[in-house]
Design a protein around this ligand. Structure first.
Ligand code: NAD
Length: 502
């Protein structure tokens, strides 16, 4: 066994997990029975663990357990008690920050400094939504008929959540916390490539008092678990975070079962720099926007739109800054960029760069990179049309396409020229222009002289190929509940009409 595999086992043991990923069904760790799946360390390339895909029968049991536990969650716990349990969950996660961060860094290849921040964000999410558990109220509607009409916000029941590999524990907390605060049961299927921190999160939550079976984890491949859980009668909604291609398949399956979906999909976000911007700030912001997390972020600023008068100067600044970024072992505190998270993505990013080079791009990249691991060095593609494949496709790697523009109208037109609508940014010292551009660019989140600022209290989501529905903030509470309208006839003599009461 390699040192890294031994470390994997030790970290799993510390978190009360088995030596390989297992599903959690009704509070029990359960081995899969299907095809074998290998977890590969993207830095050392050694095998960390091998485990079996969970079968449809396990997914069905998980949905049954969530349905039963959800009744207890809303029947036996007051809203305030649900909030208290969630506060305890937050503290339990916080106490294990270092172990969770190490496990995430090892398996996902994400720098440990980023993993610590993401675990802290999960703690914040549980605390934020714990506070909402006893504040979910409906409205009194002033209907003209003399009735008292009010609404309740009811839990959906069981929600099925599917998450990707690029920010595993962050995404799990992001979706589990609002779902249970609203009184739902959950079945969550993390990516088969990075399931362990989600399993650990749920294990810790159960130890902290979350009723067993309220949140169940399916460790395995998408199609197996997906087909069973989406069709299960207890599941009332599907929340998918991942690529547009899979999102479309999930939405089709949910549509066939007449179930609503939230889709948090990919992006190709425009980061627009005007010639009146503070270029030092814009250059640093542009690097952070695309190179952090090795570009494996849905909101990555992967299209850098630069005013033509400062285009080559800004590209030079970004290219020379690439040499100051520390690439290395994700477990090393100094590492700013780790490897690409898995072999399939590594090959895809390499192929996109090769394709852009063949298509005439000037490729600016740093000369050195670590010897082992799926490393793609920070890369700028210059000299391509904004309609080129590399400028339109989500590469999901540390690769930015630099595109010149002549004026504000052209910048907006280019920014809106993809099928995505997730995020974007503008760098300018003209406050009027900052707001005009923010409003004109199609995006669910937009930053002015900043990039990647997010918070659990602020809504997040996209349109078109970036999906629909919203996560975070009070919008997530709306997604995880549905309104019920209740009518009471308050007249001395009830108005019982043959037909509608007016
Ligand atoms: P992916 O679509 O390949 O996989 C996402 C999840 O879907 C995984 O858990 C996978 O096992 C599962 N899956 C695959 N086939 C399925 C099926 N038939 N039925 C049900 N589930 C199935 O995405 P990925 O490669 O893991 O992640 C990268 C993508 O995620 C990028 O496009 C990125 O932009 C997107 N993403 C979006 C957000 C957001 O909030 N908008 C956040 C993070 C990542």
């Amino acid at each position: 066994m390699t040192d890294r595999a031994a470390m994997f086992q030790t970290l799993c043991e510390e978190l009360g997990l088995g030596q390989r990923p297992q599903s959690i069904v009704g509070g029990e760790l359960v081995d899969g029975v299907g095809a074998m799946i290998t977890l590969q360390d993207p830095f050392s390339l050694s095998t960390l663990a091998v485990y079996a895909d969970c079968a449809g029968a396990i997914a069905n049991r998980a949905c049954d357990c969530a349905e039963t536990a959800q009744r207890t969650w809303i029947g036996d716990f007051t809203p305030a008690a649900r909030g208290n349990v969630m506060q305890s969950v937050a503290s339990a996660i916080e106490a294990r920050t270092e172990t969770l961060a190490k496990l995430e860094a090892l398996v996902a290849g994400k720098p440990i400094r980023d993993c610590r921040i993401e675990v802290a964000k999960v703690v914040e999410m549980f605390r934020y939504y714990a506070g909402w558990a006893d504040k979910l109220h409906g409205e009194v509607i002033p209907v003209p008929s003399g009735h008292l009409n009010y609404t309740l916000r009811e839990a959906i029941g069981v929600v099925f959540q599917i998450t990707p590999w690029n920010a595993p524990i962050f995404t799990a907390g992001w979706q589990i916390a609002p779902a249970i605060a609203c009184g739902n049961g959950v079945v969550i299927k993390p990516s088969e490539l990075t399931p362990v921190t989600t399993i650990a999160l749920v294990r810790l939550a159960e130890e902290a008092g979350l009723p067993k079976g309220l949140v169940n984890v399916l460790a395995g491949l998408g199609p197996t678990a997906g087909a069973a859980a989406i069709a299960h009668k207890a599941v009332g909604k599907v929340v998918f975070v991942g690529s547009p291609a899979t999102g479309r398949r999930v939405a089709e399956a949910a549509g066939a079962a007449l179930k609503p979906v939230v889709l948090e999909l990919g992006g190709k976000s425009a980061n627009i720099v005007f010639d009146d911007a503070n270029l030092q700030h814009a250059a640093l912001g542009a690097q952070a926007a695309i190179f952090s997390s090795a570009g494996q972020s849905c909101v990555a600023g992967s299209r850098l739109l630069v005013h033509k008068d400062i285009h080559s100067r800004l590209v030079d600044m970004i290219a020379s800054g690439m040499n100051d970024i520390t690439l290395g072992d994700p477990l090393d505190d100094a590492t700013e960029i780790g490897p690409i998270s898995n072999a399939r993505q590594y090959e895809f990013v390499g192929a996109m760069i090769a394709d852009a080079r063949q298509g005439g791009a000037t490729v600016r990249t740093r000369s050195t990179r670590p010897q082992s691991g799926f490393f793609v060095p920070p890369t700028v593609l210059d000299g391509l049309s904004h309609q080129a494949k590399a400028a339109q496709t989500e590469i999901f790697g540390p690769v930015v396409t630099a595109i010149p523009f002549a004026n504000e109208a052209e910048a907006i037109e280019i920014a809106n020229s993809t099928e995505f609508g997730l995020a974007g940014a503008v760098w300018t010292s003209d406050v009027g222009r900052a707001h005009r551009v923010s409003q004109a660019v199609r995006a669910g989140t937009f930053w002015i002289n900043s990039y990647k600022a997010i918070h659990v209290s602020s809504p997040f989501g996209g349109s078109r190929e970036s999906g629909f529905g919203r996560s975070s903030g009070t919008d997530a509470l709306m997604e995880y509940t549905s309104p019920k309208s209740i009518w009471l006839d308050s007249g001395e003599i009830p108005k019982i009409a043959f037909g509608y009461v007016s």
